[in-house]
Write a protein that binds this ligand. Structure first.
Ligand code: MG
Length: 195
């Protein structure tokens, strides 16, 4: 009999799921959480290029409703995802004129606020940037320093790799992939508690 659900690991769809002993009380938060973020933006001539909160000298910048900072957007989504919050597009819809040309640091700070509210702090992040130009190597230290400052972690906790889009035919875009690890600092704040 089909239930309309994907079957997981048993040959008998009517067999109950195996009992595990790693269940935790609903009130207990896991000690670590992982988050993943992805973003891409297209290059356009005549606009500033912002990556990781700094402006790079280049003849083209990344378009978008905000300042187009592809790395900060991917970090923001990784942080939001780690605490199962709505994503960047839901919190800051491109249809809202309020965010036109906005500094992406605003988005990152909102995500950090939600991470803190959930009782977590950033342990480390690792990012991969994929773009044909400009070369990121000469700017990597400055980007890592700025991202570390924004996330309130040491530079050693910000990994950054840059790749060229070999064989992808994507020279007109910049792509960012980010994973973040959060560590629990305390239990989630109660909404009923006065602050
Ligand atoms: Mg974006």
């Amino acid at each position: 009999m089909s239930h309309g659900f994907a079957r997981i690991s048993t040959d008998n769809p009517d067999e109950p799921m195996p009992k595990t002993n790693n269940r935790r009380p609903a009130t207990e938060q896991p000690s670590t959480r992982i988050g993943y973020g992805f973003d891409s933006h297209e290059f356009h001539a005549g606009i500033p290029l912002k990556i990781g909160g700094i402006t790079l000298q280049h003849e083209k910048g990344l378009g978008g409703h905000s300042d187009g900072d592809v790395l900060l957007h991917a970090i923001t989504d990784a942080l939001l995802g780690a605490v199962a919050a709505p994503d960047i597009g839901a919190l800051f819809p491109p249809s809202d004129p309020k965010w036109k040309g906005a500094d992406s640091v605003i988005f990152l700070r909102e995500a950090l606020k939600r991470v803190d509210y959930a009782g977590y702090a950033v342990a480390n992040i690792d990012a991969s940037l994929i773009l044909a130009a400009p070369k990121i190597g000469p700017h990597a230290a400055a980007i890592r320093t700025r991202v570390a400052e924004l996330l309130r972690v040491h530079c050693d906790c910000v990994g950054l790799k840059a790749k060229t889009p070999e064989g992808l035919n994507l020279d007109s875009a910049a792509i960012a992939h980010v994973v973040v690890l959060l560590q629990r600092t305390r239990q989630k704040r109660s909404r009923t508690k006065s602050r």
